[in-house]
Design a protein around this ligand. Structure first.
Ligand SMILES: Cc1cc2nc3c(=O)[nH]c(=O)nc-3n(C[C@H](O)[C@H](O)[C@H](O)COP(=O)(O)OP(=O)(O)OC[C@H]3O[C@@H](n4cnc5c(N)ncnc54)[C@H](O)[C@@H]3O)c2cc1C
Length: 248
């Protein structure tokens, strides 16, 4: 089985976010980047299939050279090889078209993605990818088993779960539950050394058009300072909630 895991390279959630160029560009200065957390669940499940069922795991990312440490980390975690499509990802439509091309060239059985990337939170890429390739798609998957060419997947529904089967090839967008957080792999020294020798190929993007364009970013309003009041002063609490916070 050949598995393609799509990796998004995102700011660490603890990073301080700023914008420049009249609020139209994300300022990457001083920002630490990590593997998108949902993609880490997908990659860990792929490595499980590699270890238990002999799958070959390829990671793919659309991004410029600055994103290579993220791909090397995926290799250190256990991916067999990596592909970087050398382009700045301008929108989900563009990214999905690039990934579709890689799939067509590699004849993969399974494409694993995260359910969304935690930077732009578009949640567009997996669905678009499945639609461009005209193959089935399971979104927000919390459990995945493969037996031959049949996948059994579980997703969350309101108040419960839904289990269904589908034939490979398939696009599966994963989330927590696909593996548990305790199962996520931290690269060890051996993995890091091996990652240096694993293949990381760089391919040129195919001609594709972005359909969206950023007009402006805006940060949420600053939180007001915390006001301490006497625990027994209920009248003041009500007065502040009514007149200042205006929530009652
Ligand atoms: C209008 C707009 C302009 C943008 N401009 C820029 C820009 O100038 N520079 C820039 O760096 N980014 C830019 N981005 C962000 C970039 O386009 C996103 O990385 C990409 O669109 C996917 O984001 P998403 O939130 O739709 O992904 P989602 O659909 O939320 O991602 C779901 C899954 O798809 C896969 N995936 C997502 N992105 C990638 C990727 N790049 N490679 C491989 N797999 C991936 C991952 O598995 C991820 O978990 C822009 C985004 C938008 C919407």
């Amino acid at each position: 089985m050949k598995i393609l895991v799509c990796i998004s390279h995102v700011p660490d959630t603890t990073s301080k976010i700023n914008f420049n160029n009249e609020l139209t560009e994300f300022d990457t200065n001083g920002v630490q980047f990590v593997i998108n957390p949902y993609d880490e669940f997908a990659l860990t499940r792929a490595i499980w299939f590699q270890e238990k069922q002999g799958a070959k795991v390829t990671v793919v990312h659309v991004g410029d050279a600055s994103t290579e440490p993220t791909l090397r980390k995926c290799l250190a975690i256990g991916a067999d090889d990596a592909i970087r499509i050398d382009a700045v990802p301008t929108d989900g439509f563009f990214v999905a078209q690039q990934l579709a091309e890689i799939y067509k060239q590699g004849e993969y059985d399974l494409i694993l993605t995260g359910k969304e990337s935690i930077d732009y939170n578009g949640a567009m890429v997996p669905g678009l990818l499945a639609s461009f390739l005209d193959i089935d798609f399971v979104n927000a998957c919390i459990s995945l088993e493969i037996d031959g060419t049949t996948a059994t997947a579980e997703t969350e529904i309101d108040g419960g779960t839904e289990t269904f089967t589908a034939n490979l090839p398939l696009v599966v967008a994963g989330q927590k539950g696909l593996v548990e957080e305790k199962d996520l792999k931290i690269p060890n020294m051996r993995g890091i050394m091996m990652a240096r020798k694993k293949p990381l190929s760089i391919v040129a993007p195919v001609e594709a058009t972005a359909v969206t364009e950023i007009e402006r970013f805006e940060k949420p309003a600053q939180k007001a300072a915390c006001k301490m009041i006497d625990a027994n002063d209920v009248d003041q609490l009500i007065e502040l909630l009514h007149n200042e916070a205006k929530v009652i």
